[in-house]
Design a protein around this ligand. Structure first.
Ligand code: SF4
Ligand code: SF4
Length: 392
């Protein structure tokens, strides 16, 4: 709840760096501010002022304010550009996304969350996945690849790759099976990681996912899990320990980290050349949230034939794809797509033929913009790119 952040809220000096920071690498900070009329309440500084007003009971959660609070991508670019650090904990002093999340928790408790988010939380609580599909689909995937539910390395598919783009889950399994004798998959025992519900303030729904998934992974005997989804990765690695207030009994690796390690060991072999210019979009939940910037680039650059070119805003300054972990896309679809258009335009300006990323959600969102505008760009997520180069 918001009270937890009172100290942090009062540390904001209203300097405005999170509103607009101009230097060699950063020209804008908040994608929402840049794609709305430019009112302060949409950027980090304004969101902190909103939190202060709530804490001081100057105003409450009106419908208009709730709309603004749910129009934050939780992309953490404002936190990154603010850069203030708590000297006692060494953690960011002003973490706007978490403060926004705390306000959302209070809104959920008041029963005033946007309908679309409440409905989604209900779907996840009932079906244990974001798309309301049957977990039989995950079971079928395990059967198709003959994957046991116990082993030293567990593949965590997440919902997106199974229900939206099954090829992505299959490519990842093929890559992992090629190098891992002990690969396992929980199948229908794997529930949604809960990322959306965490950032939307539906913490009680998320909590069920956390305890269930940890129990199932422990039961599998895994000492590490590998996922190709940036949302699952950051949630399990960084948020699960926060929820259970303890360390996890297993390691969590993103596919890009896992593959970068294999490259170092000389164990990743590519058969095919991909003679294309590729640009890489940093997913917020892999980059700013989890600090993984170089491993995906290492994997892409190791593929024979690929020329990697960078977008102007990359790594810590990368712009969000607009999805906002699916939430902003659900609550503010028009604005979300506008943000996506600006990111795809930036990708096109590099002269790349292919836009890649390390998150199925980001790639789907970016592709939506490219297709709508009939752009001459291919959108290929990392597992597909690697599988193609490995000849799988
Ligand atoms: S959040 Fe940080 S960057 Fe933004 S106004 Fe406050 S102190 Fe400045
Ligand atoms: S987290 Fe992202 S979208 Fe939200 S205020 Fe900060 S920069 Fe803007």
């Amino acid at each position: 709840m918001l009270e937890k952040y009172r100290y942090n809220v009062y540390r904001c000096t209203r300097c405005g760096v999170c509103r607009a920071k101009y230097n060699e690498n950063v020209h804008y900070v908040c994608p929402v501010l840049e794609n709305t009329a430019g009112f302060d309440h949409y950027c980090g500084r304004g969101r902190i002022a909103t939190a202060k007003g709530i804490l001081e009971e100057k105003f409450g959660y009106s419908d208009a304010l709730i709309d603004v609070i749910y129009a934050c991508l939780c992309c953490e670019n404002c936190r990154e550009q603010c850069g203030s650090v708590d000297p006692e904990t060494d953690k960011p002093l002003i973490d706007t996304a978490r403060i926004v999340r705390a306000m959302r928790e209070e809104i959920v408790e008041l029963g005033k969350a946007p309908n679309v988010m409440s409905e989604l939380a209900k779907v996840v609580a009932e079906t244990k996945n974001t798309f309301g599909g049957s977990l039989e689909k995950k079971k079928a995937l395990a059967q198709k690849f003959n994957l046991p539910d116990a082993g030293k390395v567990v593949f965590f598919s997440g919902c997106y790759s199974v229900f939206r783009n099954p090829k992505e889950a299959e490519d990842t399994i093929k890559i992992l099976k090629g190098v891992e004798d002990n690969l396992a998959y929980l199948g229908d025992s794997e529930w949604c990681c809960g990322v959306m519900q965490y950032w939307d303030g539906n913490t009680s729904v998320m909590r069920d996912m956390v305890y269930h998934n940890i129990e199932m992974i422990e039961k599998s005997g895994a000492d590490k899990i590998v996922t190709a989804c940036s949302g699952c990765y950051d949630t399990i690695k960084d948020i699960y320990p926060e929820i259970i207030e303890d360390k996890l009994p297993f390691r969590v690796l993103h596919l890009s980290e896992y593959l970068a390690d294999l490259i170092d060991q000389g164990r990743l072999k590519f058969k095919n050349k991909i003679n294309k210019t590729v640009t890489y979009h940093d997913p917020c939940h892999l980059g700013r949230h989890a600090g993984i910037y170089e491993q995906p680039r290492k994997v892409i650059e190791a593929i024979p034939g690929i020329k990697l070119v960078e977008m102007e805003r990359n790594r810590g300054s990368a712009f969000c794809c607009g999805s906002g972990i699916g939430s902003v896309r659900a609550t503010h679809p028009k604005m979300a797509l506008q943000i996506t258009h600006s990111r795809v335009d930036e990708a096109a300006a590099t002269g790349a033929e292919v836009v890649t990323s390390a998150c199925p959600m980001c790639v789907e969102q970016l592709e939506l913009s490219g297709k709508k505008r009939k752009m001459d760009l291919e959108f290929i997520n990392l597992p597909a790119l690697v599988a193609q180069a490995m000849g799988l």
